[in-house]
Ligand binder design. Sequence first.
Ligand code: IPD
Ligand code: CA
Ligand code: CA
Length: 259
Amino acid sequence: MLKTTLTEAVRAGAAEILRFFNRDFIISNKEGVNNLVTEADHASEKAILDVIRKNYPDHHFLTEETGEIIADSQYKWIIDPIDGTVNFAHGIPLNCVSIGIEHNGEMVMGAVYNPHMNEFFFAEKGKGATLNDKSIKVSNETQAIRACLVTGFPYTYINMPNGPLEIFDRFVRKGVPVRRLGSAAIDLCWVACGRFDGFYEHKLEPWDSAAGYLIVEEAGGKVTDHQGNKFSVYQHKVLATNGKIHDEMVAVINNQKEL
Ligand code: IPD
Ligand code: CA
Ligand code: CA
């Protein structure tokens, strides 16, 4: 029932993405000039909430556009109605719906769907991860110098030591390919299915990482903060890898080792 509702909700949101994609829609700004929200984000979020609340009216919700809908429930749905809104607004077909379900504070199920590529990623705690119903696994790369990485940059630049550009610089100077797709949920799923060996970012929100985090772990990968500590979707820094290059990535990110 939970899985059916999750699947239905993700598909309902994705139908709204496709309905608006490359058409006219209203765009507004959130904090930061390029932090956009479109009519499609709101339509997707509404479609998602309508599906879930029909079956689970008493559950707790945390969504990007509505915020927190508090309920005294063991279940919390963490929803990003469009992850990759800037891509969406520019007609770039790398965006998705991302929904994670927490039960008693633990992520138990997650789904990410990119309707432009018809790629549906799903994971359930302890039961593995799938892409379009086929089991997926992280890559086997064991050396960071040979890795294909992906990252993302926040809309408002973080002026801090060891910030996004410093770390990017360290990998790029050594010739490591570091991609930047513009959707953290897709980045995480592409680590899960082995297209990327690692992903790091400095300022994610729970709705960006909730589903992808479980999908990476269930595909055999590892997700932590930048120090290598246990990850929580409620803190901003994420490092997700195939597990085999994780310690090396932590060392390079913290400037403790040259590649
Ligand atoms: C953004 C994307 C992007 C990441 C940003 C997120 P949004 O989410 O995931 O890849 O770099 O930090 O805010 O705004 O498109 O839902
Ligand atoms: Ca997002
Ligand atoms: Ca979003």
